[in-house]
Write a protein that binds this ligand. Structure first.
Ligand code: F6P
Length: 558
């Protein structure tokens, strides 16, 4: 048995889960008028109602005891103190320093034990970003022919794509009128080809974002762009005017042909999927303007402070994390749905997929010992109400327990007719229906005499008519969190992202994982390189399994 599962607090939760088998949320609400008030928490413009979860006060008490036993608060302190908690790479994890708004030194411990205050280097890069964003927006900085930029293309993948792509979309109402934003990530030539089709090279700014500046997809796309500028009918300095880089590795950037004065730096203590706050957010800063980018940081910093200081029982990220642990480890949930009722947040689930699954999709603990408990769930989602007409069926009536986060904004940027109220009504109604369900008796009372008559006319046998309410029965007891955001502003988006970042951190602390490495992705990178040369080289392939060999040969033949 692992250290975690041998904890008495783990055992107590396992026993408690068995005792909760007959727990009914609907009854819990009927008998406890204070439930919603007690199980909700607020921070500035974010309000989390977690009362529609399969929990009692005792459940919460036991989960909080588990968090204490796992030293969640100690692990949190170690992150903020800049200790190298990314132990497999011996790196600090300090994305919170990028959005820090206070005056205290922000120390990180270097691998050789040296302590360093990172505030000055962070401030320097932010100042450069500020000037750059301002110049691009105003048209002072322009393309090689003297025309202002009309398009900005972010070339990057994973953390160097999903964050800025999600945030630029989420903050569309704040984006600059003249500028259009594009995100090219896939090595599929269609992605860059379809993007280029919409662009004029003379008025486009490309930002090549790669922490390592060694990622195959990003470099392949960037080379296409570089070669276009080297051969285009544009002034000779076109490449320097149109292509900038964001990276933590100056050498490969220079080798690629981008001067360091056109590179924005970030550091090895910023994980790729936590890097949106750094220069990786350059496209976002250009899109929404630097003042709004600062608001974005401020919102995240407020969440950082809340995470650091609020008691665990009132701490939004800790609560969300503990609820996730409850479902994953004690009630057997394999997936977790994130369902934003906001079209601007359409890419939020995809962004969170990387943040969560690359962080906690691990099968060994920090010491390399195989775990005997479940770790990160499959995270997925789509905006409501679209999802309601696609996969909600399975959440309501399927055989799996799927906890879900419903996220909605009280105020819309687009008050068109009554649509926003309809959206909100759907969000709340789904939470209520998932929780309440519908008994067979209730379903039976819904069937009208006219309906029965119609079914009889269609020739439906009486026993089938009798059985129909069973199909219309909803078991209910399906848990949701409802997160209400006052309005989707830069600050509130910052707080929302930081909330989930910290949730992931807390779950990693409980599961004893290193949430900040991603060795699982490395295998694919290496294999692709080998298969690539086999596809391109005309020789008999003897390596690989017979299936892969056959596929390679078929591709070569055709
Ligand atoms: O996909 C794996 C990964 O290493 C991610 O963690 C990272 O966000 C992405 O590749 C891109 O890496 P880079 O920024 O170094 O190009």
């Amino acid at each position: 048995m692992s250290e975690l599962t041998s904890l008495p607090q783990w055992g107590a939760l396992s026993d408690h889960a068995r005792g909760m088998a007959g727990f009914n949320l609907r009854q819990a609400f009927d008998t406890d008028p204070g439930r919603a008030g007690r199980f909700s928490v607020e921070l500035d413009d974010l309000f989390l109602d977690y009362s529609k979860n399969l929990i009692t006060d005792e459940t919460l008490g036991l989960l909080l005891a588990l968090a204490r036993a796992c030293d969640v608060e100690g692990f949190r302190a170690r992150m903020f103190a800049g200790e190298p908690i990314n132990n497999t790479e011996r790196r600090a994890v300090l994305h919170t320093a990028l959005r820090y708004q206070g005056d205290e030194p922000l120390k990180l411990t270097r691998p050789d034990g040296r302590e360093e205050d990172v505030r000055a280097e962070v401030a320097d890069v932010l100042l450069r970003m500020k000037a750059f964003a301002k110049e691009v927006r105003s048209g002072v900085r322009c393309g090689s022919t003297g025309l202002p930029f009309t398009d900005v293309v972010n070339i990057g993948i994973g953390g160097s794509d999903l964050g800025p792509a999600m945030a630029v979309r989420a903050l569309t109402p704040y984006t600059h009128d003249r500028l259009r934003f594009h995100f090219v990530s896939n090595v599929d030539p269609t992605h860059i080809a379809e993007t280029l089709r919409q662009l004029d090279l003379a008025t486009t700014l490309f930002i090549v974002v790669s922490k390592t500046f060694g990622t195959q997809e990003t470099l392949a796309n960037a080379r296409v762009v570089r070669d276009l500028y080297l051969t285009a009918q544009l002034p000779r300095n076109a490449l320097a005017k149109h292509v900038v880089a964001v990276s933590s590795e100056p050498k490969p950037v220079q080798d690629f042909g981008i001067e360091l004065e056109n590179m924005f730096e970030f550091w090895d203590w910023v994980g790729g999927r936590y890097s949106l706050w750094s220069a990786v957010g350059l496209s976002l800063a250009i899109a929404i303007g630097f003042d709004n980018f600062v608001q974005f940081h401020r919102g995240a910093h407020a969440m950082d402070k809340h995470f650091q200081t609020a008691p665990a029982g009132e701490n939004m990220p800790i609560l969300l994390a503990l609820l996730g642990v409850w479902y994953r480890n004690f009630l057997g949930a394999a997936t977790h749905a994130v369902l934003p009722y906001d079209q601007y947040l359409a890419r939020f689930p995809a962004y969170l997929q990387q943040a969560d699954m690359e962080s906690n999709g691990k099968r060994v603990d920090r010491n390399g010992v195989e775990v005997d408990y479940q770790t990160g769930p499959i995270l997925w989602g789509e905006p409501g109400t679209n999802g309601q007409h696609a996969f909600y069926q399975l959440i309501h009536q399927g055989t799996q327990l799927i906890p879900a986060d419903l996220i909605a904004c009280i105020r819309t940027h687009n008050p068109v007719a009554n649509l926003h109220d309809l959206l909100l009504a759907n969000c709340l109604a789904q939470g209520e229906a998932l929780m309440t369900g519908k008994t067979t008796d209730e379903a039976r009372t819904e069937v009208t005499a006219a309906e029965i008559e119609k079914l009889e006319q269609r020739g439906m046998p009486p026993e089938e008519i009798e059985r129909r309410p069973i199909h219309r029965t909803f078991p209910g007891n399906r848990p949701t969190n409802t997160l209400l955001i006052h309005k989707l502003t830069p600050g509130n988006l910052g707080a929302l992202i930081a909330l989930y970042e910290h949730k992931i951190h807390v779950q990693g602390a409980i599961w004893g994982l290193n949430s900040y490495d991603q060795w699982g992705v490395e295998l694919g990178k290496k294999l692709a390189g080998e298969v690539y040369s086999d596809i391109r080289t005309p020789r008999v392939v003897t390596e690989h399994d017979s299936s892969t060999r056959g596929l390679i040969e078929r591709i070569r033949k055709h």
